[in-house]
Write a protein that binds this ligand. Structure first.
Ligand SMILES: [Zn+2]
Length: 460
C-alpha cells in the first residue's frame, strides 16, 4: 500500500453543500481521497480532528498589507502570520503600496519585495485609474487577480500610494470599465461618490464639528447608493465584470440584485464590522472606529444581514488596514486628522464563528462566503473547497471554545490600534491552520515559515 503524507481523521468536514464525517487523505499538498472514518492508510503524519469542524482555508480577498510602504504599520510577514492565526490560507492583496501597483514593473518589484516573507498563498490586484488606462491590459496579462479603483479622491499626502487607483470623474470611470471589459478579471470599486462626499464633508466642517460622529455624518449612505447606481449602469453598458467592495448599505446591495437579473456580472463584499458593529460604536471607539465607508445605523445593519443570508452578498472580508497608534490618535482631537481603517485579519473568521454560535447563520454558509465563492470569482481552481484534487488548505474550528479577543494575542503589527473588538467574548475558535498539507498554526501559535506562501494567478 502506498504511503501518503497526511491523514486527518475523525473530523467533521464543512462545505457549502453539507457537513460530512470523513477522513481526508493528503499527498504532495493535495487532497487525494475522502474516505469513511474506518480507513486510515499508512501515512507520515496522522492528525486526529475528533470534535472539530474542518473547513477549507479562508480566502481573504480584501486586505492592505501595503509592504513596501511604512512597514512599521505592517509588513508581508506580520500580515500573513495574522492570516495564519485567523485560519486564512490565501489572500489577494490590494494595490495601495509605495509605489502603488499601477504598472507591470511595479507589480514585479512588489512580488520580489514580499515573496520571501509570505506565510500564506497570495495574489495581487492592479490599480486602474485615470492616469494608467494604458497599463490595464498588460497588468491583466501579467497575472493580477482583478483591478481596483477608488471613486473618492486620493487622501492628501498619500498620492504616490494611490497613483493609478483613482477614477477622477465619470468619464474616466466609463473608460476604466471599457478597458476592464476587454479582460476576463473583475474590476473592484470603492464606492462612495466624490461629489457628494465633498458636499456633506463641507457642510459638517462648516459647522466646526471635529467629533467622531462628524465622520459618520460626513459620509452618509446616499454617497454609497449613488456611486453603486452609477457604476452598475455603466457596467451594464460596457459589459465589465464588477465587484462592489465593502458594502455597508442594504439599498446599494438591492440595486446590484436587480442588475444581476439583467445579466450583469456583479460580485459583492461586506465586512464583519458592518454586520457586528453600528454607528454607536463610533462613540465607544472614536478614531479607532473610523473607516470608509463608516459604520451605519442598527436598522441598516439588520437589513444588510438579509442579503448575507439570502446569498446576494458573496463574500465576507476584513478590509484589514493597519496604521500606527500615533496616526490613529491624531483623530482624538479632530476626527478628520486620522486615516480610516483598522486591523481585521486575526478576527475575521472568529467574529463570523460567533455569529454561527448565536444561530445567525450556518457553518456551511461561511464556507461559501469565506472560501468557495471567493475561489470561483477569482478563478482559483485549486482552492476553496474540500474536494479531491484541490489544495490541502484547512482551518480546524472548535465551536465549543469560548474566549476573549485580546489585541496582545494578535500577530498584526498594528495591534495598538485594534480596539474595535477588544474584550469581545467569542464562541468558536480557529485552532489549526494547514496550508497545502503543512500545519502553519496550532492553538494560536503560528509556525508557518516566511517564504512558504506561493504566488497565485487566475487559473486558465
Ligand atoms: Zn480596502
Amino acid at each position: 500500500m502506498t504511503r501518503i503524507d497526511l491523514v486527518i481523521k475523525n473530523g467533521t468536514i464543512v462545505r457549502s453543500d453539507g457537513v460530512f464525517q470523513v477522513n481526508i487523505h493528503v499527498n504532495n499538498g493535495k487532497i487525494v481521497a475522502l474516505t469513511d472514518y474506518s480507513y486510515v492508510p499508512p501515512c507520515d503524519e496522522l492528525i486526529d480532528a475528533q470534535g472539530l469542524y474542518v473547513m477549507t482555508g479562508v480566502i481573504e480577498p480584501h486586505l492592505h498589507l501595503r509592504d513596501p510602504s511604512i512597514n512599521e504599520r505592517e509588513d508581508f510577514e506580520s500580515g500573513t502570520k495574522a492570516c495564519a492565526a485567523g485560519g486564512i490560507t490565501s489572500i489577494v492583496e490590494h494595490p495601495i503600496s509605495n509605489p502603488s501597483v499601477h504598472n507591470v514593473d511595479n507589480l514585479k518589484n512588489r512580488i520580489e519585495a514580499v515573496k520571501h516573507k509570505a506565510v500564506v498563498d497570495y495574489g495581487f490586484y492592479g490599480g486602474a485609474g485615470f492616469d494608467n488606462l494604458d497599463e490595464m491590459e498588460s497588468l491583466a496579462e501579467a497575472g493580477i487577480m482583478g483591478f481596483k479603483t477608488f471613486l473618492p479622491a486620493s487622501p492628501p499626502g498619500r498620492e504616490s500610494e494611490f497613483k493609478g487607483l483613482n477614477a477622477k470623474d465619470d468619464g474616466y470611470l466609463y473608460r476604466i470599465l471599457e478597458n476592464a471589459a476587454k479582460t476576463d478579471i473583475p474590476a473592484l470599486f470603492h464606492l462612495e461618490d466624490n461629489t457628494l462626499l465633498n458636499l456633506f464633508e463641507g457642510r459638517i466642517k462648516a459647522k466646526g464639528r471635529l467629533d467622531p460622529m462628524a465622520h459618520i455624518d460626513s459620509r452618509p449612505e446616499i454617497c454609497e447608493i449613488v456611486a453603486v447606481a452609477k457604476l452598475l449602469a455603466m457596467a451594464e453598458d460596457t459589459g465589465a465584470k464588477v465587484q462592489l467592495v465593502h458594502m455597508s448599505t442594504d439599498r446599494a446591495v438591492a440595486l446590484a440584485k436587480y442588475y444581476r437579473t439583467l445579466g450583469v456580472s456583479i460580485s459583492i463584499e461586506t465586512c464583519p464590522q458592518y454586520l457586528v458593529l453600528d454607528s454607536s460604536d463610533m462613540d465607544r471607539c472614536g478614531a479607532f472606529a473610523k473607516m470608509n465607508p463608516p459604520l451605519r445605523s442598527k436598522k441598516t445593519q439588520e437589513r444588510l444581514w438579509k442579503y448575507v443570508l439570502d446569498g446576494t452578498i458573496d463574500m465576507v472580508v476584513s478590509d484589514h488596514s493597519p496604521f500606527l497608534l500615533e496616526e490613529k490618535e491624531r483623530g482624538n482631537e479632530n476626527i478628520f486628522d486620522c486615516p480610516p481603517g483598522h486591523p481585521g485579519l486575526d478576527t475575521l473568521l472568529p467574529l463570523m464563528l460567533n455569529e454561527v454560535s448565536k444561530g445567525k447563520l450556518r457553518l456551511e454558509q461561511l464556507s461559501a462566503l469565506m472560501a468557495e465563492n471567493v475561489a470561483r470569482i477569482y478563478r482559483m481552481k485549486q482552492k476553496g473547497k474540500i474536494e479531491i484534487g484541490k489544495d490541502a488548505d484547512f482551518v480546524f474550528i472548535d465551536m465549543n471554545q469560548e474566549w476573549v479577543i485580546r489585541a496582545q494575542d494578535m500577530y498584526t503589527k498594528s495591534k495598538g490600534t485594534a480596539k474595535l473588538f477588544e474584550g469581545f467574548v467569542i464562541k468558536g475558535k480557529p485552532v489549526r491552520t494547514i496550508l497545502r498539507g503543512t500545519t502553519i498554526m496550532k492553538n494560536g501559535e503560528v509556525m508557518g515559515k516566511p517564504g512558504e506562501g506561493k504566488l497565485l494567478t487566475p487559473s486558465k
